[in-house]
Design a protein around this ligand. Structure first.
Ligand SMILES: *[C@@H]1O[C@H](CO)[C@@H](O)[C@H](O)[C@H]1NC(C)=O
Ligand SMILES: *[C@@H]1O[C@H](CO)[C@@H](O)[C@H](O)[C@H]1NC(C)=O
Ligand SMILES: *[C@@H]1O[C@H](CO)[C@@H](O)[C@H](O)[C@H]1NC(C)=O
Length: 361
């Protein structure tokens, strides 16, 4: 009996290492509740996928979710002895399907990268369970409907990229109260006016391009001076003047306000934006003189102001490495608008006040 007992114990010991060593060595642990929940979530997601041309989810079966393609595991933040699903990266998967409610079971997820797929529908409200979600990139999909307000309830979110989708309707102003580092809303069908609290947003990159923006560009944008590096508001139909306060954005390197209906002058305060490298105000209804301070900016190497009604430019603007002054009203420059067009435009009121935006003194 004693021999038999000893023998079984030895065998158990042997099997313990034989079975678990390979798992342990690849950062796997026996299944825990977190991984079981992840398994339920990922199987539900696989069901919700209608086409997977690159067979990325082909290996999404069995309990070892950490071995699934695109699924990344790490020790849980609140219990490092447990492995959990911390990231999912299906970028460029061309996957068709929807995002099921079960994704809310992935409560330890920090990164969710789904860019360049063909997910339809919207972001499920259950994502509010993802208290650790730090980066959410669902760009270049076919998501639609109203602004996915669940993103407003994610306390750890710092990077939000929902560009190139079919979201429509308004953009909630409280979005700009979130502690985000980067915000990409471009290439959707949002219709909104930029709220006064935009200045509360600590983002370094803000891209609104190719949505529809009504109302005025608020002067409170100057409150982003400590953090904002890139501001892209091209092709939004924005009809406003450019508030002189914009010159306080001294960390800004890229400012693109092109393809809008901006009126009035280019504020001379832009000459204070000492970090500016690229400035594009082309295709607007701006007029007046190009302030010489702008063309003196030490880092400015690309200044595009074509297709406006400017009538005077300092010669040094023409020494900027890449500049474009076509289709304005400069008397001695090539490729300008016909004088009759300039005269007709400049005879009409085109100040800030004429469009209902309040000009700052
Ligand atoms: C997809 O991947 C799985 C697992 O990697 C494999 O078994 C299956 O044959 C693949 N299917 C196709 C159509 O390539
Ligand atoms: C900003 O620009 C304005 C107008 O060009 C100028 O009067 C002002 O002194 C500048 N402010 C700073 C801080 O450089
Ligand atoms: C300058 O900016 C314009 C528009 O923003 C862009 O089309 C052009 O390619 C840029 N030129 C260089 C040399 O980067």
């Amino acid at each position: 009996m004693a021999f038999l007992f000893f023998h079984r114990a030895t065998l158990s010991f042997f099997f313990f290492f034989l079975c678990l060593l390979p798992l342990l060595s690849s950062a796997q642990r026996p299944s825990n509740l977190r991984l079981e929940r992840a398994y339920v979530a990922l199987q539900a997601w696989k069901q919700a996928i209608t086409a997977d041309p690159k067979n990325i989810t082909g290996d999404w079966s069995g309990p070892l979710v950490c071995k699934y393609t695109g699924v990344y595991c790490a020790p849980a933040l609140d219990n490092p002895s447990q492995i959990t699903v911390a990231g999912i990266d299906l970028n460029h998967g061309a996957i068709q399907g929807t995002l099921p409610i079960e994704l809310g079971l992935l409560s330890d997820l920090a990164l969710l990268h789904l860019n360049s797929n063909a997910f339809r529908g919207t972001l499920p409200g259950s994502l509010t369970n993802l208290r650790l979600l730090y980066e959410l990139d669902v760009s270049n999909n076919q998501l639609g409907g109203d602004f996915p307000s669940v993103v407003l309830e994610l306390p750890s979110l710092r990077f939000l990229d929902i560009r190139f989708n079919r979201f429509c309707g308004g953009v909630p102003s409280c979005l700009f109260d979130l502690p985000l580092d980067a915000l990409f809303l471009n290439d959707n069908q949002f219709t909104f006016s930029i709220p006064e609290n935009i200045g509360n947003s600590p983002v370094s990159v803000l891209v609104f391009a190719r949505n529809q923006i009504t109302g005025c560009l608020p002067k409170t944008i100057a409150n982003m001076r400590k953090t904002l590096h890139e501001l892209i508001i091209m092709s939004t139909g924005l009809r406003s003047c450019i508030p002189p306060e914009i010159g306080q954005l001294t960390k800004l390197t890229v400012l693109d306000l092109s393809h809008n209906d901006l009126v009035g002058n280019l504020p001379s305060t832009i000459g204070n934006m000492t970090s500016l490298e690229q400035l594009d105000v082309a295709h607007n209804e701006l007029s007046g003189e190009i302030p010489s301070g702008i063309c003196d900016l030490p880092k400015l190497h690309n200044f595009t102001y074509s297709y406006n009604y400017f009538f005077k430019e300092p010669p040094r603007c023409l020494t900027i490495r890449s500049h474009d002054d076509r289709q304005n009203c400069f008397p001695l420059r090539p490729l300008q608008r016909p004088p009759s067009q300039c005269a007709a435009f400049l005879s009409k009121p085109n100040s800030c006040d004429s469009i209902g935006c309040i000009a700052s003194p």
